[in-house]
Write a protein that binds this ligand. Structure first.
Ligand SMILES: [Zn+2]
Length: 144
């Protein structure tokens, strides 16, 4: 997927991606850490999903993890699918981050090569790169 655009990027979901999004190297997903129970959740949350506490702080999640499981999506998802047209099958994986959370993400790369236990790295993907308001999305690819 492309990372090339000179327009400001808007996160595909507010509170999920660190801002400003000015370089692929500094790009990170965000989590919320509960000060009361220590629970870590994905995204920026106002309330702890474990204990209901409101003492949450934002943390930058690790850009690397392990492929915990995956599937191959062989039909275009319904709705506002922004991937390649015509549709190209892709991997959808659950990545276990060393921070203690698992995140579902599209997988970049040859669908025949994914394997459980592989080391994965976060990628910045730009959607609608030619539009006035391109979106910052993410995926993971194997690094080992
Ligand atoms: Zn909590």
């Amino acid at each position: 997927m492309s990372t090339a655009t000179d327009r400001p990027l808007t996160p595909i979901r507010k509170g999920l991606i660190s801002e400003p999004i000015d370089s692929p190297e500094a790009f990170r997903l965000l989590g919320s850490k509960c000060g009361a129970c220590g629970e870590l959740s994905i995204g920026t949350n106002a309330v702890c999903l474990n204990c209901g506490g409101s003492d949450l702080s934002s943390v930058r999640l690790s850009p690397e993890g392990i492929l915990w499981t995956f599937t191959i999506v062989r039909h275009a998802p319904p709705g506002d699918y922004r991937g390649p047209k015509p549709f190209v099958p892709f991997g959808l994986g659950l990545i276990e981050l060393p921070d203690g959370v698992r995140i579902m993400a599209p997988l970049d790369g040859d669908i025949e090569t994914f394997r459980i236990g592989a080391r994965m790295r976060l990628n910045l993907n730009v959607l609608d790169a030619d539009s006035p308001a391109p979106l910052a999305a993410f995926s993971f690819s194997m690094i080992g």
